[in-house]
Write a protein that binds this ligand. Structure first.
Ligand SMILES: [Zn+2]
Length: 146
């Protein structure tokens, strides 16, 4: 009898694959995506080399596909709308929760101490009071991440 377990994402009971005894997510695409997303997030937090490789790969891909996001938004207007709404919710949540000392430390560790140049790339305004800035932080001195 294969072991049964509750999926960590969707909560459904599934049969554990004998070749994956630690399996904690069912085989549903959405749950596997969630598993990979969490794995990558943990890896990014733990492994600076992985973080750097990912960022570099993403940058290189975007350089090869400069129109990707503009085209994507043009083809998926409902995505843009949804995204705007999600962002609004996120901003409201961000206002509701003060960053803890642990949050501060986590961000400080990700960025590294140093002096940064803040460049505003875009301003997105929605509702009356929400303004979202997309910014670029670039280290001014060598003591930031290189
Ligand atoms: Zn599941």
């Amino acid at each position: 009898m294969p072991a049964r377990r509750r999926c960590a994402a969707c909560g459904q009971v599934f049969k554990v694959l004998p070749q994956v005894p630690e399996q904690s997510y069912c085989a549903e695409d959405a749950c596997q995506r969630e598993r990979r997303k969490l794995w990558q997030r943990a890896r990014r937090l733990e492994d600076p080399d992985y973080r750097e490789n990912q960022a570099r790969a993403q940058e290189a891909w975007l350089a090869r596909n400069p129109d990707y996001w503009r085209e994507y938004r043009r083809r998926n207007p409902e995505y843009t709308q949804q995204n705007r709404e999600r962002q609004r919710t996120r901003l409201q949540e961000a206002r509701a929760t003060e960053p803890s000392a642990a949050d501060q430390a986590e961000v400080a560790e990700l960025l590294g101490s140093g002096i940064y140049r803040l460049k505003i790339l875009a301003i997105d305004r929605f509702a009356k009071m929400d303004v979202c800035f997309l910014v670029e932080l670039a280290p001014v001195r060598g003591d930031g991440p290189s």
